[in-house]
Design a protein around this ligand. Structure first.
Ligand code: UDP
Length: 314
C-alpha cells in the first residue's frame, strides 16, 4: 500500500485530496496545525484504518515514521484576510515548512508535490496567464507575504530537484471553490453565499469589474492527482479558464439563493487586488490530458447545498 503525507489535510483542498487518495487505496497521513483548517473536514476519515492524523506545525521539524511514497504540501493560510491576520505564519509555512518537507522527501526518497498559486503572477500584465509569465508582484504589499512565500516555495523546490535530485511537482492553483470552504474566510464565494442566505448585502469590492476564473474542487483534485503521477517538474497551471467579473459572480449567487432581502453593496477595493485573472491551461491539457469538466452553474449548485447546511439564516 502506497503511503502519502498530506499537509494542510484539515483544510479545504487538503481534505478533498485526503478523500481522493483514500478512495484510490492509499494509506493517508494527514498533518495540520488547525490554524485555518478544521477537523470537521476530515472527521469522516478518522474511523478509516488507512487514515492517520498528526496535529503538527510543519514549520517545525517534521517527523513521520516508516516509509513515504508521496508528499503533498498544501498547508498554508490561503485567503487574503488570513494573510493579513497571520503574515508571519504565512511566510513561515511557505518557506520554512516547504524546506522541512523537501528535506523529508529527500530523506524518504519520496515524490513531493507542492501547492503554488496564481498569486505568483500578482496583478498580471499578461492575460491569460501562462506558466512562462514571471508575474507582477508587490513584495511589500499586503499580499506579498503569501505571494513571495509561494515564489520562494517554487524556487526552493526547483533547487531541491536540480541540486539533490528530489522528484518534485509544482502546481499553480487558480481560484477554487466547493464544499468545505470556510464560511468566514473572507473570500468572495463564501462571503457571498453566507450574505445571500442571511439576507444581507453581498459585499462587492470596488466596482466589481475585476475578474476571477473559478474551478470546482473535484476538477482541481483530478488535475493535481494527474500532475503527481506525471513526470513533469516545472510549474503547471490548474484552474478553470471560464472568467467572470466579481459583480456578475455576486449576481449569480443572488439568483441561485433567491432571498428577497439579499442585495449588493459596494465596499472599497483592497490594496493590490489583481484586476484580472485567467489560467492558460494549454500545458495541463497537453501534459496531463486534463481540463475542467464541471461548469460553474453545476459547481455553484453543489456548493450551495453545502452552504445551506453550514450557514444559519438570520
Ligand atoms: N471580493 C469581493 N467581496 C468579498 C470578498 C472578495 O468583492 O466579500 C473580491 C476581491 O476583492 C477579489 C475577488 O473578489 O477581487 C476574489 O477575492 P477572493 O478573496 O475570493 O480571492 P483572490 O482571488 O483575491 O485571492
Amino acid at each position: 500500500m502506497k503511503r502519502v503525507l498530506i499537509t494542510g489535510a484539515a483544510g479545504f483542498l487538503g481534505s478533498h485530496l485526503a478523500d481522493r487518495f483514500i478512495a484510490e487505496g492509499y494509506h493517508v497521513i494527514g498533518m495540520d496545525n488547525l490554524l485555518t483548517g478544521s477537523l470537521d473536514n476530515i472527521a469522516h476519515l478518522f474511523p478509516n484504518r488507512y487514515f492517520e492524523f498528526y496535529y503538527h506545525d510543519v514549520t517545525k521539524f517534521v517527523h513521520v515514521p516508516d516509509e513515504l511514497d508521496y508528499i503533498l504540501h498544501f498547508a498554508s493560510p490561503a485567503s487574503p484576510i488570513d494573510y493579513l491576520k497571520m503574515p508571519i505564519q504565512t511566510l513561515k509555512v511557505g518557506a520554512l515548512g516547504t524546506h522541512n518537507l523537501l528535506g523529508l522527501a529527500k530523506a524518504k526518497n519520496a515524490r513531493i508535490l507542492v501547492a503554488s498559486t496564481s498569486e505568483v503572477y500578482g496583478d498580471p500584465l499578461e492575460h491569460p496567464q501562462s506558466e512562462n509569465y514571471w508575474g507582477n508582484v508587490n513584495p511589500v504589499g499586503p499580499r506579498g507575504v503569501y505571494d513571495e512565500a509561494k515564489r520562494f516555495l517554487e524556487a526552493i523546490t526547483m533547487a531541491y530537484h536540480n541540486f539533490h535530485g528530489v522528484d518534485t511537482r509544482i502546481v499553480r492553483i487558480f481560484n477554487t471553490y466547493g464544499p468545505r470552504m470556510r464560511v468566514e474566510d473572507g473570500r468572495a464565494l463564501p462571503a457571498f453565499f453566507s450574505q445571500a442566505i442571511r439576507g444581507e448585502g453581498l459585499t462587492v469590492f470596488g466596482d466589481g469589474s475585476q475578474t476571477r476564473s473559478f474551478c470546482y474542487v473535484d476538477d482541481m483534485v483530478e488535475g493535481i492527482y494527474r500532475l503527481l503521477h506525471s513526470d513533469y517538474h516545472y510549474p503547471v497551471n490548474i484552474g478553470n479558464p471560464d472568467e467572470v467579473s466579481i459583480l456578475d459572480f455576486a449576481r449569480e449567487v443572488l439568483q441561485l439563493v433567491n432571498n428577497p432581502r439579499a442585495h449588493i453593496v459596494y465596499k472599497p477595493l483592497p490594496a493590490d487586488d489583481p484586476k484580472i485573472r485567467q489560467p492558460d491551461i494549454t500545458k495541463a491539457r497537453e501534459i496531463l490530458g486534463w481540463e475542467p469538466k464541471i461548469p460553474r452553474s453545476q459547481g455553484m449548485a453543489l456548493t450551495y447545498e453545502y452552504f445551506k447546511k453550514v450557514v444559519t439564516p438570520a
